[in-house]
Design a protein around this ligand. Structure first.
Ligand SMILES: Cc1cc2nc3c(=O)[nH]c(=O)nc-3n(C[C@H](O)[C@H](O)[C@H](O)COP(=O)(O)OP(=O)(O)OC[C@H]3O[C@@H](n4cnc5c(N)ncnc54)[C@H](O)[C@@H]3O)c2cc1C
Length: 425
């Protein structure tokens, strides 16, 4: 037995709620990693702690907002997603005690583990924009970042009869960095079809200084913006909404000072600020300072915790310098699986994640830039095509292939590489 395993065994008593592997969060990451582990070894004693009865395919929410997908088709019962052989503990985790290999739930269950996988996703900080909670869901204020409002986005686009349509991006890391823009391009096209584009200003407000983090994709988006006659306001951070006067209040970084300005809106799509969930931020598992503060403190290659060797993290909550997407999880899950199995077998942890992520940038109906990249921040392509171009084939992948692959391959722990689609396109 390795020193690590001896330490773990010494810490574990004969408590009923003891599992060899405990996964916190049964979303995209938790289910994928559980299914892959059990495919490798049916005898693993594995529990998933997940409070929600429902499992959402969030990448479809953008399509719901754009009128291309029904919200009820983007959800399944969590029970049907839990892989055979895994135990579902329906509870909220509230605390971690990694020095004693212990997870504590809101209903006071204490669950011990030999190995812990932390993947409860990201927290949406709606409250950080003053007035948003009160304003959202009516009078043209909406967000695809909630299943409750994505259908209202489509309703609002169709009701819009002219004026300012504003799309915002926050100052924090978010899941799917492109989602704030995708809906804007679909809105542009819908307004053109409805004959009201000439009476409307489409405005993108972002605290950043470019359209996307990878320069090559950013250049492609600059062309899209120009073609569509969209106004971009860089260095603009949404701070408050005044629904009574239909004003969006931004702080603007001029380089020398921070100004506050107001822009009238008729349609306002908000991408809210996000952060690690509070119970992660307040735990010993979080990075304590620096740019990754609050996210789970893992090695960016092995996904193993930097202080607690029997803890791993993946998905949106992991402190990794790459874009947070379900596509990233596809490449992270096999790394976590191999490294945990290595630890169990007292072997070295040496499988590495390269930062792969992918954001299918919808630039119109029937057009997607499949923006794949990794830690090097350079475009790469699973499809052996120039990835910086909008393509109809990639729209078909986003609209039809990826949802099917998510439910039927990824969540089942089956190998799922988009390059298997190469032959089709
Ligand atoms: C509008 C939108 C568009 C997107 N578009 C794309 C796209 O085109 N391509 C792409 O790849 N990705 C996209 N994404 C991102 C993708 O959905 C996420 O990156 C992915 O779902 C993250 O998986 P996760 O398991 O880390 O988190 P989630 O899937 O959010 O799952 C987290 C789970 O943890 C559970 N949980 C939370 N708190 C606790 C707790 N205290 N205790 C126990 N469990 C807890 C939650 O209930 C949830 O089930 C999009 C997301 C949105 C919202």
């Amino acid at each position: 037995m390795s020193i690590l395993n001896q330490q773990i065994s010494a810490n574990i008593t004969n408590n009923k709620l003891t599992h060899q592997i405990v996964i916190v969060g049964g979303g995209a990451a938790g289910i994928t990693v559980a299914a892959q582990l059990l495919k490798k070894d049916r005898n693993l004693d594995l529990a998933i702690i997940e409070p929600s009865e429902k499992h959402y395919y969030q990448p479809a929410w953008t399509l719901v907002g754009g009128g291309q997908y029904q919200i009820e088709n983007a959800v399944k019962d969590e029970q049907d997603c839990i892989p055979n052989g895994a135990k579902w503990i329906k509870a909220y985790v509230e605390k971690f005690d990694p020095d004693h290999n212990l997870v504590i739930t809101r209903d006071r269950q204490e669950i011990k583990y030999n190995y812990l996988i932390v993947c409860p996703g990201i927290q949406i900080d709606w409250h950080l924009i003053q007035g948003l909670k009160e304003a959202i869901g009516k009078d043209g204020v909406t967000s695809n970042y909630s299943k409750d409002y994505a259908p209202y986005t489509w309703e609002s686009i169709n009701k819009f009869s002219g004026g300012n349509a504003i799309f915002t991006y926050p100052v924090t890391p978010i899941k799917c960095g492109g989602a704030a823009q995708k809906i804007m391009y679909m809105t542009d096209e819908t307004l053109r079809k409805r004959g009201v584009r000439n009476k409307s200003n489409i405005i993108f407000c972002t605290p950043g200084a470019k359209m996307f983090g990878v320069p090559e994709y950013s250049e492609s988006l600059d062309k899209v913006i120009k073609e569509k006659n969209i106004e971009v306001k860089f260095k603009h951070n949404l701070k408050a909404i005044k629904p009574e006067t239909k004003e969006a209040i931004f702080t603007v970084n001029t380089g020398t000072e921070i100004e506050e300005i107001s822009i009238k809106y008729d349609l306002l799509h908000v991408t809210p600020p996000m952060s690690a969930p509070e119970f992660i931020k307040n735990s010993k598992l979080a990075v304590q300072n620096g740019s990754m503060q609050g996210w789970v403190d893992v090695n960016q290659y092995t996904l193993q915790h930097n202080l607690y060797a029997n803890v791993f993290s993946l998905g949106d909550v992991a402190g990794l310098p790459t874009s947070k997407t379900a596509a990233a999880i596809r490449k992270q899950a096999p790394v976590v699986v191999k490294n945990i199995l290595s630890l169990i077998q007292s072997r070295q942890v040496n499988e590495e994640y390269n930062g792969y992520t992918c954001c299918p940038l919808i630039t119109g109906y029937g057009k997607v830039i499949m923006a794949e990249f990794n830690y090097e921040n350079k475009p790469i392509s699973s499809f052996l095509l120039n990835p910086t171009k909008p393509r109809y084939s990639m729209w078909l992948v986003k609209r039809y292939a990826l949802p099917w692959l998510y439910w039927n391959r990824m969540l089942k722990g089956e190998p799922f590489e988009p390059d298997i689609l190469r032959e089709l396109f």
